[in-house]
Design a protein around this ligand. Structure first.
Ligand SMILES: N[C@@H](CCC(=O)N[C@@H](CS)C(=O)NCC(=O)O)C(=O)O
Length: 226
């Protein structure tokens, strides 16, 4: 597993104590990269090449026995799963909050994040798609994720259309935005027609303007195209 220090604009990475186990193309690790950038936290990027099976190595299995990225190491504390990591970062580094104070907005932000994290992404995870390809063939490998992304986005569009402002929930960035951007990228890669989801499409475009989101995109990671 290769290791590289990630600069956050204006902050030196030489003092980084956070280590993020990531893969450039992982939408779940991408969520954490955005949050680290928004909170201005430098971190060491530990590349885990999922295509070469490095998630099954002995070293990584000790950190996360279910063999998924992302995993965050903060000194003696190991946190696996993107939502758990984001909530950990929120508690430990409350500056630049990722959840609104208002209870209703907070509930909607969490609902949107969980809709993507539990009801879309797991159904199009690499391990699931590899198994589908093996059992059902390459056609289903494309059709399956598209079906579940469209189903999830139909619900998400309804959830956000009346509460969105500049971003998913009002005008402040929340967990909903952090989960949305990587999932829209995946949707495009499966040829989902985003014009069917105008609110999601518009928010995604607004978020693409932000440097903290730009720095987190797969193509800009040290292990890109690995
Ligand atoms: N619920 C977990 C899911 C993690 C997950 O599915 N990670 C994917 C990449 S996005 C992975 O490591 N896949 C490797 C595999 O399927 O072997 C999270 O949000 O962190």
């Amino acid at each position: 597993m290769a290791s590289v220090s990630q600069e956050t604009p204006g902050i030196s990475s030489t003092s980084a104590r956070l280590k993020l186990y990531s893969f450039w193309r992982s939408s779940c690790a991408w969520r954490v990269r955005i949050a680290l950038n928004l909170k201005g936290l430098p971190y060491e990027y530990k590349a885990v090449n999922l295509r070469q099976g490095e998630q099954f190595s002995e070293e990584f299995t000790k950190l996360n026995p279910i063999h998924f990225v992302p995993t965050l190491v903060d000194g003696d504390i190991i946190v696996a799963d993107s939502l758990a990591i984001l909530l950990y970062l929120e508690d430990k580094f409350p500056g630049h909050p990722l959840l609104p104070d208002d209870l209703q907005s907070k509930a909607i932000s969490l609902q949107a994040a969980v809709l993507i994290g539990s009801n879309i992404q797991p159904l199009q995870n690499m391990g699931v798609l590899n198994l589908i390809q093996e059992k059902l063939g390459p056609k289903e490998h494309q059709a399956w994720p598209k079906h579940f992304i469209e189903k999830g986005f139909t619900a998400l569009e309804k959830l956000l259309k009346d509460v969105a402002g500049k971003y998913s929930v009002g005008d402040k960035l929340t967990l909903a935005d952090i989960f949305l951007v990587p999932q829209v990228y995946n949707a495009r890669s499966y040829n989902v027609d985003m014009s069917k989801f105008p609110t999601l499409n518009r928010i995604d475009q607004a978020l693409a303007e932000l440097p903290e989101f730009q720095a987190a995109v797969p193509e800009r990671q040290p292990d890109a195209k690995a």
